[in-house]
Ligand binder design. Structure first.
Ligand code: C2O
Ligand code: CU
Length: 495
């Protein structure tokens, strides 16, 4: 099918792209998978005429039901996606630190699933480890006490070999933890606080979500041509000339975004995975890998009244098969004059650095194998297990690393020989990033607070420091979900 026909089928009016004519040369239709080169499909921007919407907010535990849902938002047509309540995604929980939530979960799918609370320090039995499946038609009550600082976490399924598909079909949601400590800073709230889930989807000709990765796409991660924010394709949102708090999750399977404002203005990074940074940092662009979250302040008083500012993804280097195209994500229409008195304190609540003198062990993990760089992987006959950690493919029965409870360790992810980016995620704990050598050779703004996911680009070696205070069996893995499903995951046990 010709590209023009495909676009018309999707109902997209005009399509603009910052990549100019380059887009015409790539295969946009999955039916042409046999000729799809191993590069990210070019993003097809919509007209930015659909209002941004937000999943409903739940202030307490609310029942979640994984199942097929009717959606109209992506194409304007009726289609099916997966979700936890109404439509794609699930409700945004907004829970006070110190409280206990109880979330009855029903698996309304015809395959096993569960919920992993990504960035929430839950007991191992509640973590949604790939061991802990909820069978079709069955119910499980997730109940845990929130005992951590304020921040933006999220939830999604974690069945081994099916996480990529289930998240891509729409199963994910935000989980915001609030605290008195954070409230005291008086950050923009209410209508001025915008939770944004950024995802890329691939749509078939009838507008449905299409998840059928080829071998090539298992290698680079499954990416789509349609960027949605909170489930809406190319949305717009009206803003006033004041500061807004943008709380962004990259909920994509494999796509990395280099967040920037289309007018080139700087914005302020105030937080990441584990809540506020110890000090705000002003940047003009910021890489956000799958699984990572950032907390940003954008001052629209720097934009003229009645102007339009896009949150976009700028080009980035370091990877061969994505980052070459700039594309718009969401349009902000500055349509209301308003003066706010908001002033960000120069320092934010402290995060005590985990002292490396307490380190009892350094573990090294080779994540640079795959794509023909090492024996036994890749080659002409691509097969399962092309992605490994220390040469190992995931096995549910194996404990790969035994960690003494309350010990402090340094873990090193070594991607020096690799040619794919790997966002590495640990369950059950936050960590601090100690160093990055090779590649970008530095920590970026969002890596100076508490993290649970850290991007290790080709050529990089990243060291993190962790204090293990949560006992039990947990997984750690690459959050490129095709890599994870391909086996790039191990277990560690804290005891
Ligand atoms: Cu967000 Cu083990 O995952
Ligand atoms: Cu990976």
């Amino acid at each position: 099918m010709k590209r023009g026909t495909f676009l018309k089928t999707l109902g997209f009016g005009t399509v603009s792209t910052l990549a100019g004519g380059a887009i015409l040369s790539s295969c946009m239709n999955h039916d042409m998978a046999t000729m799809t080169p191993a590069v990210a499909p070019d993003v097809l921007e919509g007209s930015f005429s659909t209002p941004l919407s937000f999943p409903e907010t739940s202030l307490t535990g609310t029942a979640l039901n994984a199942g097929s849902q009717n959606i109209t938002t992506i194409t304007g047509k009726n289609t099916q996606a997966w979700g936890y309540k109404n439509g794609i995604l699930g409700p945004t929980f907004r829970i006070q630190s110190g409280s206990t939530v109880s979330i009855p979960f029903t698996n309304g799918l015809t395959e096993e699933t569960n919920i992993h609370w990504h960035g929430i320090l839950v007991p191992a039995a509640m973590d949604g480890h790939p061991d802990q499946m909820v069978m079709p038609g069955k119910t499980f009550n997730y109940s845990f006490k929130i005992d951590q600082r304020a921040g933006l976490s999220w939830y999604h399924p974690h069945p081994h070999e099916k996480t990529g598909k289930q998240v891509f079909m729409g199963l994910a949601g935000l989980f915001i933890i609030e605290s008195a400590e954070e409230k005291a800073i008086n950050l923009p709230a209410g209508a001025f606080e915008l939770p944004l889930v950024i995802q890329d989807k691939r749509l078939n000709t009838s507008g449905g979500i299409d998840y059928r990765p080829t071998m090539d796409e298992v290698m680079i991660g499954y990416m789509g041509e349609t960027i949605i924010v909170n489930g809406v394709h190319s949305p717009f949102h009206n803003v006033a000339t004041r500061t807004y708090r943008l709380r962004v999750l990259n909920g994509s399977n494999g796509r990395i975004y280099n967040l920037a404002l289309s007018n080139g203005n700087a914005f302020t990074v105030i937080g990441s995975d584990g809540g506020l940074l110890p000090a705000p940092e002003t940047v003009t662009d910021l890489l956000l890998a799958p699984g990572e979250r950032v907390d940003l302040l954008v001052d629209f008083s720097k934009s003229a009244l009645n102007s339009e500012v896009y949150l976009q993804s700028s080009v980035f280097s370091g990877v061969n098969f994505q980052g070459r195209q700039a594309f718009k994500i969401v349009k902000f229409v500055v349509n209301k004059a308003e003066t706010d008195s908001f002033k960000l304190p120069t320092s934010l609540p402290e995060i005590a650095p985990i002292s490396s003198s307490a380190t009892t062990k350094i573990r090294t993990f080779d994540i640079g194998v795959g794509m023909g760089t090492s024996g036994g992987h890749g080659g002409s006959m691509a097969m399962k297990g092309m992605h490994t950690i220390n040469g190992k493919v995931y096995s549910g029965e194996r404990i790969d690393e035994s960690v003494p409870l309350n010990s402090t360790e340094i873990w090193e992810f070594n991607n020096s020989a690799g040619d794919e980016p790997h966002p590495m995620h640990l369950h059950g704990t936050f960590f601090q990033v100690v160093s990055r050598t090779g590649g970008r050779s530095r920590l970026i703004a969002s890596e100076k607070g508490l993290k649970d996911t850290v991007l290790v680009m080709p050529g990089e070696k990243v060291r993190i420091i962790i204090k293990f205070t949560n006992a039990g069996k947990f997984a750690f893995h690459c959050h490129n979900l095709e890599h994870e499903d391909d086996g790039m995951m191990l277990n560690f046990e804290v005891k």
